[in-house]
Design a binder for this molecule. Structure first.
Ligand SMILES: NC(=O)c1ccc[n+]([C@@H]2O[C@H](COP(=O)([O-])OP(=O)(O)OC[C@H]3O[C@@H](n4cnc5c(N)ncnc54)[C@H](O)[C@@H]3O)[C@@H](O)[C@H]2O)c1
Ligand SMILES: N[C@@H](CCO)C(=O)O
Length: 346
């Protein structure tokens, strides 16, 4: 029986959700997936860090209060976040990286991924920054070190999109896609339709664990722009940089705009899209669009996301499911570990 030793980098909503899954489901995974998971280290800028090569009690980790330096309360814990030590020296086979997404330079998460990959440690991450901004470099680093770099949760949380399109649609010739790729902004638009103010809807999305550390990234389209770059580079073999993608958000859509759209049988949605042009180049954008209610994406509400792939052989293939959420995104980390087990497991 394989036991994966995992170190968690960042212990906010997603990695705490993952610890919750470990606490609740390790025994089930032994039967259904053929492996178990042992958490050997955790590090978080706010909470501190802890390493235990024999394994930490996942239930105890989940119950840790969200207080500055809280890891110092546990035997062997420290109020300081020794990120490099936890990544390189906790004995982990896999690093689960879930610190905040930095849409400008992908740091410090990209450095965390580099440290792990260079040390021959697999990386699973839900962080969009390293992939959108440094994906080619990190994938090459992983190949050179014969380890995996998996990031299913970076687009549409736990809903399988990247691996599904890469593997199950291989040969169908994806020519483009359009989608609702941000849970927070879709939640906000939905709540505003039901009468909530923009600010109250954003606050709710934060409370529910959907929003980025800085929710400006959600409502101004920056988060979707990263996801569009990831999908376009992954599935259309594009070499897009973030600056290649025209980007606007939903903050200028008023309650009146939403009510008027509703009265006209239409809905505002934040749409990320990319298309292959006749000359082979890829053009991508992020913008709020007014969709008639007959459009397949118009009925996608709340934090649900959906993406429609335009394929040469099948026409449109649409996937919808959770686009954000702590446990939903923690599931993406599990799906990455399953992929590692399939490719590298004994
Ligand atoms: N929450 C979701 O629904 C969701 C969905 C998909 C992807 N993501 C991505 O997953 C990642 C984690 O999301 P989350 O909701 O858990 O965020 P979060 O803000 O709840 O947690 C991030 C944690 O990282 C820690 N951190 C920040 N800088 C650090 C550093 N330098 N070193 C160590 N720790 C550091 C913070 O203290 C915080 O506890 C983000 O990149 C986010 O974009 C989140
Ligand atoms: N803040 C993001 C998390 C998922 O990437 C969203 O709301 O979609």
């Amino acid at each position: 029986m394989t036991e994966y030793k995992i170190a968690l980098v960042g212990f906010g909503g997603v990695n705490r959700g993952f610890a919750q899954l470990v606490a609740d489901r390790n025994a089930e995974w032994k039967e259904s997936l053929g492996f178990t998971v042992k958490i050997v280290g955790v590090t978080d800028l706010f909470l501190g860090s802890i390493v235990a090569k024999d394994g930490l009690d996942a239930k105890q980790l989940v119950a840790l209060p969200v207080e500055k330096g809280a890891f110092a309360k546990l035997p062997g814990g420290n109020a300081e976040a020794f990120n490099e030590t936890v990544i390189k020296h906790s004995g982990a086979d896999i690093i689960a990286e879930a610190t905040f997404t930095n849409p400008v330079d992908g740091e410090p998460a990209t450095t965390f991924c580099r440290w792990a990959l260079e040390s021959g440690i697999h990386v699973v991450t839900t962080n969009k920054g390293p992939i959108a901004l440094h994906g080619a470099e990190l994938k090459a680093l992983a190949r050179r070190n014969q380890v995996a770099f998996e990031y299913e949760g970076a687009v549409m949380s736990g809903t399988p999109v990247i691996r599904l399109a890469r593997q199950a649609l291989a040969g169908a010739n994806v020519q483009g896609f359009e989608g609702i790729l941000n849970g927070t902004s879709n939640y906000v638009l939905t709540q505003m339709k039901d009468g909530l103010t923009f600010n109250d809807a954003v606050a709710q999305a934060q409370q529910l664990g959907y929003a980025e550390a800085d929710p400006t990234a959600d409502v101004e389209g920056f988060d979707v722009r990263l996801k569009v770059v990831i999908l376009a580079n992954e599935l259309l073999n594009a070499r897009l940089n973030v600056s290649d993608v025209m980007c606007s958000g939903i903050s200028n859509i008023s309650a009146q705009d939403i009510a008027q759209a509703s009265a006209n049988g239409a809905s505002w949605k934040l749409i990320g899209s990319a298309d292959r042009e006749a000359d082979g180049s890829v053009r991508a954008s992020v913008e709020a669009r007014l969709l008639p209610n007959s459009h397949p994406l118009a009925g996608i509400v709340g934090a649900t996301n959906a993406v429609s792939f335009n394929t040469e052989l099948l026409g449109a293939v649409t996937v919808s499911g959770p686009g954000a959420g702590r446990i939903e995104t923690a599931f993406a980390l599990l799906s990455d570990i399953v992929a590692i087990h399939t490719a590298h497991g004994k």
